[in-house]
Design a protein around this ligand. Structure first.
Ligand code: NAD
Length: 504
């Protein structure tokens, strides 16, 4: 049901500064048009975290909207899947051009709805473009295999679409995480129903319009706005064949179970508690720069952010350099706000609890502020944490570094290995031997040597281990293409081979 008061287009996000600006309401995108929910439900304000003011409203959907989007997807997918893969990829070539041309607009939009500073938002858009480029390359990668398995008999493998597939994304990367999923799924010949985080739905909306401008047929990409109800309806809908999720571990685990029970292929990426090993021979400057960038970047709201620093032996000289560098950061300029007031309270709660338990707050960002009304936490370093403290065990998701001092590498391995998460781990050293030992022992899917945010760049796949990922494989790269497609195995024989018994 479309009503007349919805503009045909969300249009450009015209803001080019941090000054507050309201924008468009967030509605569903179904069949290539903006739509109201079929049933009137609650709305939610979308806050610009820098100003703490509502810049838009999201209209929450439900199972009926999911069904409408899936039906639109199913109708469009039949035709889309008949396009040759090269033609499908050409839509992504055009999307790439639109994103490159409008990179500042997209970056400002990400910055406003998420709160991250402009340069971080631009890096996010650039990484999103890289994911689109991977999608462009798929026609060159996705040729199936063929072999003459006996005389005159050939076996062939081809990648076929699944049909209608779905993705659910978190608040911290409003544009990039949707682009972890879309290129492979679309080039693979599927229709997609996306449920962005209800806190940051605006960038995905702009992406929908750009995909249309790039030539994607109506109905191949759909958005249903909302929260838990929409996610559960996507898990349960019999026509949704695969379900990708990125968010916190608690939700990832629950929706993985629900989608799997409903017979879907599911890949659900969860939260993280990333450990950095720092040993005495580490380069002081490289380490300080990297560690600070890792725990403060995007205000610590990255699943790849450094969270626990395992200080092996006497590394006081390095810790001092880390502290000095972080202390020089200017809130509002070098570090943005966190997502909500509730997030700010949660982060401060972890720091308060560690202090009460006897740890030292050697850099305290609890009273930081910049623009009035925003949700600010400055860089914070807690020294002397024990591995049992919540600040050293649980995901804080803020610009907080918990330092745990250990006498040996062996003790560091024990602490890292006992943590249930397994997203990322890094070592800072100038010794190849130590680097190799750490890289071969840590319980983490993505590892770094002298790199604090070891995100595998395209074409390498992104994905963690243990409680950071439910389901098999990575969400980006070739694994992503495998996830969003199924293999058709064809065995052919065109002439009778009289000298063959088997399969004759
Ligand atoms: P979240 O789990 O609260 O929300 C993620 C998505 O799930 C949202 O779209 C939300 O609407 C939906 N959702 C929330 N509660 C739900 C419920 N009970 N049932 C069904 N759906 C529900 O996560 P967030 O706060 O948006 O994002 C931060 C989290 O995401 C952190 O834990 C972070 O580590 C994680 N994350 C992980 C990766 C990764 O690659 N592993 C990447 C980015 C973020």
């Amino acid at each position: 049901m479309t009503t007349v008061d919805i503009p045909a287009s969300v249009g450009r996000f015209a803001v080019t500064s941090e000054a507050f600006m309201p924008w468009h309401d967030a509605r569903h995108w179904i069949g290539g048009a903006w739509r109201h929910p079929l049933t009137a439900r609650a709305t939610l304000d979308i806050h610009n975290p820098r100003h703490g003011k509502a810049m838009a409203r999201v209209h929450l959907g439900g199972a009926d909207d999911v069904d409408a989007a899936v039906r639109a997807g199913a109708a469009a997918q039949r035709i889309w899947s008949e396009w040759p893969i090269r033609d499908r990829a050409h839509v992504l070539y055009r999307l790439r051009e639109l994103m490159v041309r409008n990179i500042d607009e997209l970056s400002w939009l990400v910055s406003h709805e998420n709160g991250k500073i402009f340069s971080e938002a631009k890096a996010e858009v650039e990484k999103g473009i890289e994911c689109v480029e991977y999608g462009c390359s798929l026609p060159n990668l996705a040729a199936g295999n063929q072999l003459e398995v006996s005389r005159g008999v050939a076996c062939e493998v081809a990648y076929a679409p699944l049909g209608v597939v779905a993705g659910v994304t978190p608040f911290n990367f409003p544009l990039m995480v949707p682009l972890w999923m879309l290129p492979q799924a679309l080039v693979g010949g599927n229709a997609f129903v996306m449920k962005p985080s209800e806190r940051v739905p605006l960038s995905t909306m702009r992406l929908a319009e750009m995909l249309k401008e790039a030539g994607l047929p109506d109905g191949v990409f759909n958005i249903v706005q909302g929260g838990r109800d929409v996610v559960e309806a996507l898990c349960d809908h019999p026509q949704v064949k695969a379900f990708g999720f990125v968010g916190s571990t608690k939700v990832a685990k629950a929706v993985y179970g629900r989608a799997s029970l409903a017979g879907k292929r599911a890949l659900c990426l969860g939260g993280a508690k990333n450990h950095l090993f720092v040993v005495p021979d580490a380069d002081v400057e490289v380490t300080a720069e990297n560690v600070v960038a890792s725990f403060t970047g995007c205000a610590g709201q990255r699943c790849m952010a450094a969270s626990v620093l395992l200080a092996v032996g006497d590394v006081d000289h390095i810790l001092k350099a880390v502290r000095d560098r972080a202390a020089n950061m200017v809130t509002g300029k070098d570090i943005g706000p966190v997502t909500t007031q509730a997030a700010r309270d949660r982060i401060k709660g972890y720091v308060d609890a560690a202090e009460q338990a006897g740890a030292s707050i050697v850099l305290d960002g609890r009273n930081a502020s910049a623009d009035a009304g925003g949700y600010w936490v400055g860089p914070t370093i807690i020294d002397g944490c024990t591995p049992e403290m919540p600040a050293a065990r649980e995901e804080i998701f803020g610009p907080v570094l918990s330092v745990v001092r250990v006498p040996t590498l062996e003790r560091a391995f024990e602490i890292e290995g006992a943590n249930p998460y397994g997203n990322a781990s890094s070592v800072y050293t100038t010794s190849g031997d130590i680097a190799r030992r750490v890289m071969s022992r840590v319980e983490a899917g993505m590892c770094g040597v002298n790199i604090g945010v070891p995100v595998p760049r395209e074409p390498f796949g992104f994905g963690g281990w243990n409680d950071s990922c439910f389901g098999a494989g990575n969400i980006t790269g070739w694994d992503g293409y495998r996830f969003w497609t199924r293999q058709r195995k064809i065995t052919s024989k065109w002439a009778l081979q009289r000298d063959q018994n088997w399969m004759s």
